[in-house]
Design a protein around this ligand. Sequence first.
Ligand SMILES: *Cc1c(COP(=O)(O)O)cnc(C)c1O
Length: 217
Amino acid sequence: MGLMEIKNRIKDEAVRVGRAPESVQLIAVSKVQPDERVEAVLSEGHRVFGENRVQEAAGKWPAFKEKFDGVELHLIGPLQTNKARQAMDLFDVIHTVDRLKLAKAIARLAEEMGHCPRLFIQVNTGEEPQKAGVSPAEADEFIQECRDLGLPIEGLMCIPPADEEPSLHFALLKKIAVRNGLEGLSMGMSGDFETAIAQGATHVRVGSAIFGERDYH
Ligand SMILES: *Cc1c(COP(=O)(O)O)cnc(C)c1O
């Protein structure tokens, strides 16, 4: 498909549902993709990218950042506390704050380092045991705890269960965000980003529809 088609589809869907196209940010998810494909998308002028592993991102993004100005990097995968410092050096936005221990580590490091990435809290809307994220029932309390720590919480993020209608999960995420006064909604991937935009997504995370299928070998 490619970058231009996805950007056009985002714009069309935003307009269709009466939203400003600029209110939806496209995060191009470059995990596992070969460097040539990532560089091609950078050369087309796109600057906002997502990675789900700190180690992998640390291996490839410093070089891309030297070559291309204005890169904005989003961490969309789980973050271990012992990698928080490295993540905070590398990423502009972290979408996966999901437990108090991590929130406290980020707060402590932010004070020490003098800067903090923008943050999203991951909510496990499907309450799947294998997935990260706070449960919907614990979300309000966790958001408050993060705010008490002084963290710049911008919004919420979810990854709906693969076999369920995503719109129910997007609606639930939005409801939790609204009642907590949060504006950011990181939701929607290659298969469902238009649905997510119709339900208020401010950040869609699209990988394979831009870069092609990921080859894990
Ligand atoms: C890989 C990944 C994506 C992108 O998935 P595609 O289906 O390739 O668009 C989005 N969000 C998260 C959290 C991911 O890990």
